[in-house]
Design a protein around this ligand. Structure first.
Ligand SMILES: NC(=O)c1ccc[n+]([C@@H]2O[C@H](COP(=O)([O-])OP(=O)(O)OC[C@H]3O[C@@H](n4cnc5c(N)ncnc54)[C@H](OP(=O)(O)O)[C@@H]3O)[C@@H](O)[C@H]2O)c1
Length: 288
């Protein structure tokens, strides 16, 4: 279902981006604006959203700040319907907001489970549930859901996160085939490490870029790559290509090398978490 990239895929398009005040969502919004789209820039914190809109003010009336807590179905439904009503159209929805948690399964609380499932999975279901009827009426539309390489490879000590992201991958890939004949397109974005505040938030660090893995790419590098692939209507988008892409193929084929790497990673991460060092767990090697 891939198509040649279309240079004008985003020009004059109405796009709605969640988690747009920070990291990958901000970079996607900026790149969409550069490519001529109108962007509804959605976040939950009024100050962060208005600061982000201010940073993009060069794009003037094509930037629309929106407040929404993506864990609240009625809010998500309302802002997506309002956007389509205001513009008469909704071309692309990016369900991107999310949080990360690395923890030992036995110490994770049910409250943590609820928060991560609400934020990473229900939010995507709510957004998709609101947008699909609109896009079906239009006979066109593209929904881009941010999963993770943790949504295709079971990176250890991330069972809570991986559960939500595998579900996002499954949902998006299912709908890609179910709606292809109806003119609707779906893409699953699977980033590897990207240098955003998500890592510091997890560890409660004051510097927003602390504890970013050494091999992380800048969000400004990830966003153009992602949008080029979205414009090709690619289904699975792994960014950056390379290591995770190869490990994924190796893991699904049952390759003993992948089994050994994930086993070693689990061992090293468990040791670090058991001695109370989440930063070391995040950076733990994939060999014994
Ligand atoms: N960075 C990576 O290495 C990486 C790798 C794989 C996948 N991802 C995925 O990429 C997506 C974006 O993450 P990021 O790395 O760009 O992190 P980020 O900079 O922390 O951005 C996450 C965004 O989601 C928002 N958000 C969180 N909970 C929300 C809620 N309940 N309602 C509304 N907005 C909410 C955050 O708002 P606040 O600023 O108010 O917290 C922020 O705008 C996530 O789905 C993440 O799982 C990231």
């Amino acid at each position: 279902m891939n198509e040649p990239p279309r240079k004008d895929y985003f020009k004059n398009k109405i796009c709605f981006v969640t988690g747009a005040n920070s990291g990958i969502g901000f970079a996607l919004s900026e790149e969409l604006l550069k490519r001529g789209a109108t962007v509804y820039l959605a976040g939950r914190d009024p100050k962060k959203v208005s600061d982000a809109a201010e940073q993009l003010s060069v794009f003037e009336e094509r930037v629309h700040p929106v407040l929404v807590d993506v864990t609240r179905q009625e809010q998500v439904q309302k802002v997506i319907e309002q956007t389509a009503a205001e513009e008469g159209w909704l071309d692309l929805l990016f369900n991107n907001a999310g949080i990360l948690l690395m923890a030992l399964f036995e110490t994770a609380t049910l409250e943590e489970w609820k928060t991560i499932v609400d934020t990473n999975l229900w939010s995507v279901i709510y957004g998709t549930h609101a947008a699909v009827p609109i896009m079906l009426r239009q006979g066109s539309g593209h929904i881009v859901n941010t999963s993770s390489v943790g949504g295709i490879i079971p990176y250890p000590m991330q069972a809570l996160y991986n559960t939500t992201k595998f579900a996002v991958t499954g949902l998006t890939e299912s709908l890609r085939f179910e709606y292809a004949e109806k003119g609707l397109h779906f893409s699953t974005v699977c980033p590897g490490p990207v240098a955003t505040p998500i890592y510091a938030k997890r560890l409660g660090k004051p510097d927003p870029l602390m504890n970013v893995p050494g091999d992380a790419i800048p969000p400004g590098t990830a966003a153009p790559f992602i949008l080029d692939r979205v414009a090709e209507r690619k289904g699975m988008i792994i960014v950056p290509e390379g290591f995770h892409d190869r490990l994924w193929r190796s893991y699904v084929s049952g390759d003993p090398v992948a089994e050994e790497m994930l086993g070693a990673h689990a061992h090293n991460r468990r040791n670090a978490l058991e001695r109370g060092d989440p930063a070391a767990a995040a950076a733990a090697p994939m060999h014994r």
